[in-house]
Ligand binder design. Structure first.
Ligand SMILES: Cc1cc2nc3c(=O)[nH]c(=O)nc-3n(C[C@H](O)[C@H](O)[C@H](O)COP(=O)(O)O)c2cc1C
Length: 167
């Protein structure tokens, strides 16, 4: 059975942990899974499906996540692809915030349309940021803490696993 790849980008590690949780839930659903940083993926050949995850920074997915989708678009268009994003704006729980977060995925969507998109609240630990970014986040009064909803991540992944097993 060929594998499902969970490829992620991260700056402070919270998206890596979500990618690992997605990987575990896919494995529990009976799929063979590999979890890798986008920069360590050689090619899409060995995989039957790919999940790509990144935090949102400055309204965008990290450039290496969008770059990964662009680089591998030909291969990715032939298999099911899902995207997820972490952001603090998703804490607001408003449609406007969801819309903004979804817009961060537009460049990737244009390259390869996904079968599923997950938008999750993220985490902010100022100790992991440069002094400049610490100041910036204080100025914009960004919420500090870990707001990741592991149940939401699991529920989304179970839905995705069911879809991947159908197809
Ligand atoms: C400099 C900076 C910019 C950010 N910009 C956004 C943003 O535009 N929208 C959003 O929802 N979250 C934003 N966030 C929150 C991050 O997406 C969130 O903290 C995420 O969990 C970080 O992921 P990582 O730990 O994998 O790097 C920003 C965080 C930082 C530090």
């Amino acid at each position: 059975m060929s594998r499902v790849l969970v490829a992620y980008a991260t700056r402070c590690g919270s998206t890596r942990e979500v990618a690992e949780a997605v990987g575990r839930a896919l494995a529990e659903a009976g799929l063979a899974v590999e979890v890798r940083p986008v920069g360590e993926v050689q090619g899409i050949g060995p995989y039957r499906a790919v999940v790509v995850g990144s935090p949102i920074r400055g309204g965008r997915w990290l450039p290496e996540a969008t770059g990964f989708v662009r680089k591998h678009r030909e291969a990715l268009r032939r298999i099911p692809v899902a995207y997820f994003a972490l952001g603090l704006s998703l804490l607001e729980g408003t449609e406007a915030a969801e819309g903004k977060a979804a817009a961060a995925l537009e460049p990737a969507r244009k390259q390869v349309p996904p079968v599923e998109v997950g938008l999750f609240a993220g985490a902010l630990d100022p100790r992991k940021l440069s002094p400049f970014l610490q100041l910036l986040m204080r100025l914009i009064r960004a919420p500090v803490g870990d707001f990741r909803d592991w149940e939401a991540v699991r529920a989304w992944t179970e839905g995705l696993a069911a879809k991947l097993k159908e197809g």
